[in-house]
Design a binder for this molecule. Sequence first.
Ligand SMILES: *Cc1c(COP(=O)(O)O)cnc(C)c1O
Ligand code: SF4
Length: 349
Amino acid sequence: MNVVRPFKSLSDLSEAGLLQGRDKAELEKVSARYAIAVTPTIAGLIDPTDPVDPIALQFVPDTAELHVTPEERADPIGDHAHSPVEGIVHRYPDRVLLKAVHVCPVYCRFCFRREMVGPQGLGTLDAAAMTAAFDYIRSHDEIWEVILTGGDPLVLSPRRLADIMGELASISHVKIIRFHTRVPVVDPQKIDAALIDALKRSGKTVYVALHANHPREMTDEARAACGRLVDAGIAMVSQSVLLKGVNDDPAVLASLMRAFVETRVKPYYLHHPDLAPGTSHFRLTIEEGQKIVAALRGRISGLCQPTYILDIPGGYGKAAIGAQPIRHMEDGCYIVSDFQGREHTYPPT
Ligand SMILES: *Cc1c(COP(=O)(O)O)cnc(C)c1O
Ligand code: SF4
C-alpha cells in the first residue's frame, strides 16, 4: 500500500526537496492563481538536481507561469461556446464531453483548462446537474459517444463511476464511453479490480485515452495498470501534448510512442499546446512541430504514429496540422514526398 500522501502545496513540494534553487516568494504568486498537485509516483520520477527535468517541468510550478501573453485566454479551446447545460460540451454532432469533475490527481503546468480545474475551479457536478446532463444526452439521439473528461474522471470512486456507467447503460443510442485520464501513469494502484468493474458496468464499449508526455512516465507500474485495463477488454489510445523542453525531440517522442504501443495503447493525438495563460514557455511554433512529426514517419512503425492536432481557439474544434506530403501541380499531377524528403510524381488518375 502506498501511504505517502500527494503533495498539494508549495510547502509539501519544498519538504520533498522539489523546489531546490527556486524563488519561493514568486512561486507563492503562482500558487495563488493555479492549482498544485504531484502524486508520490510522479515525485519519485523527478530528478531534483536536474533543473530541466522533463517530469518536473510538467508538474512543479514555475515562475514563468506569471508571464501571460496577449494571445493567451482563460478558455483557450472555447468550451463555454458549446455548453448547453452545466458539465456538457457539445461541439461535434455525434459526441459530447461530460465534465463531471474538475479535480485531477496532478495539475499539469500547461493545462488547457487551468482556469477551470483545481480546488478553486468549477467543482464537481452535483446530483441535480448530473441528472440534467444525463437528460441532455438522453434527449439527443445523435450522441453516439460520451467522453468523460474534466478534470480527471478516474479520481471518482468506483461507486460514483459505477453510477455514471449505470445511467449511460440506459441510453441506447450511446455506444461508446471514453475516459480521458492520467491516472494509470500518475497513480497506477488506483487501477484495481473495483475500478475496472465500475468501468465495465455499462456493458458498452469503453475506451480509455491515456495522457502521458515523456517516456519516463511509462514505468513498469504504469504499463501494468494499462495492461489490467486492456486485459479487461477496455481499448486504450494515447494523447500527448507537444511541449518545449519535455518532448520536442523526435527521439523522445519515438520512445514515448513505442512505449505506448508496447503497452497496447494506440497512439492517437499529439496536441499542439493550447493558448492557456502563463504557458508560453512550453510552446513551439507549428512549423517546428511539423518537422518533429515528419521525422517520426521514417523513424518508427506506422502503429506508433500519432495525429498532430490543433484545437482552434474560440471553439471551432480540432484540425490535423501535420505537414502535407503531397502537392497538386498545374498539369494535374501530384508531387509526393517520401519519408526522406525525396519527391516523386503521381498521375492525376
Ligand atoms: C476534443 C473534443 C472532442 C473529441 O474529439 P475527437 O476528435 O473525437 O477525439 C469532442 N468534443 C469536444 C468539445 C472536444 O473538444
Ligand atoms: S490532467 Fe488534464 S485536466 Fe488535469 S491538469 Fe493535467 S491537462 Fe489539465
